[in-house]
Design a protein around this ligand. Sequence first.
Ligand SMILES: Nc1ncnc2c1ncn2[C@@H]1O[C@H](COP(=O)(O)OP(=O)(O)O)[C@@H](O)[C@H]1O
Ligand SMILES: [Mg+2]
Length: 415
Amino acid sequence: MYKILDRDSVTEYLLSIPAVVDVLGADGTHEVAEIGDGNLNFVYKVSRTDDPARSVILKQAVPYLRMVGEEWPLGRDRMTYEIRALTLYNELVPGLVPRIYHADEEMSTLVMQCLNDHIILRLGLIAGTKYPHIGEHIGAFLADTLFRTSAFSMESQARRQLMDRFTLNAELCKLTEEFVFTFPYMEHDSNYSNPTTDAWARQHLRNNTAYKLNVLKFKELFLCKADALLHADLHTGSLMVNQAESYVIDMEFAYFGPFGFDVGKVMANFFMCATSHLHRSTDKAFVTWLLDQAFVIWNVFSEQFLQLWSQTSDSAMLMTGLLTDAELAEYKTHYMRQLLRETVGFAACSMARRTLGIAGVADVRGIEDVELRSRLEIINLQVSMLLMARHDSVDNINDVAGLIYDFYNAQPNIP
Ligand SMILES: Nc1ncnc2c1ncn2[C@@H]1O[C@H](COP(=O)(O)OP(=O)(O)O)[C@@H](O)[C@H]1O
Ligand SMILES: [Mg+2]
């Protein structure tokens, strides 16, 4: 039976779970902290008073949007999809996601490994910290999770059964459809507002027919193209990292969608952070490092994706004997080029919606001075428009990198 936990009841609930007792111990006292900085759910960290490193995280969904309150109902079954995705990710990419101690779809609770020595990637990047393996880890996460839930990897019936376990994540998909692919490109009450940015957006973006029709093309892909099980909210706030390790968290938006949405979104978050470092840093070194990471993500993702593909003989999509080696090679080249183009278009959408829509990125929205913030916002909109205008003519990642480095090299540092 579902019951909303609070600071007082959470310890008793946790100590009724044997796998949690193994971590926390049944005796002694425990500290409870509510650490959810997110918008949707409650997240508790419970640790032993005498040994804080022995701790667990409990995440519980409530039947409303936490940031607004009970007047904005939102089904708590989003936790069901987070549980299902994290369970699968523990099989596909153990070591890149938290271990699960306990999951209860009825209670909408997920109890997992506490990442004690890690911080949210976005915060580390804002502070100017480099993580030497980050691009590699994100690329590997994408290749494994996306390829191995795709029709290039799975057998047809098993894949449809897996899809069936995610098709009804309807409310969160609708949030993305509206807040990522619709509202930011029109006048809408939910949008963020900053007068100089608004004026620029009205003139250059919301009046730009070609741009808006392209956004609709990507909305259609989001709605209709079921390439693989996506994380579907993979940004730098959904990663917890240190110098050696990276963990992906917060997969409540998981659904079957287009590969490029996960890949493009996370790359866009590195671009937006780079924009913020035109101001936050005194020179271009960290800006360049951030841009480099976005391209490492693509390179590692695409190499490992193709490697997994070369290890797969039969799947729902391709069977031995259908194509000659030469035909298969041509098919792969064409396929990866199209996937890159979709990635670039989704990155463009992501940058615009994080600039004009309700949910900004702290990298830029966290800057107090509105005029300064507006300069950075307009840069992000320019990058969005550049990527969207060119997405269908890039042939390889060097084409994209050329556009991006040229653009950022031409920007002055903004004190
Ligand atoms: N496994 C974990 N270990 C440590 N901290 C965590 C863990 N999971 C979540 N957190 C913390 O809780 C915050 C909110 O979690 P998140 O899953 O993003 O919730 P929401 O879906 O409500 O946004 C994260 O930003 C992070 O600071
Ligand atoms: Mg979330």
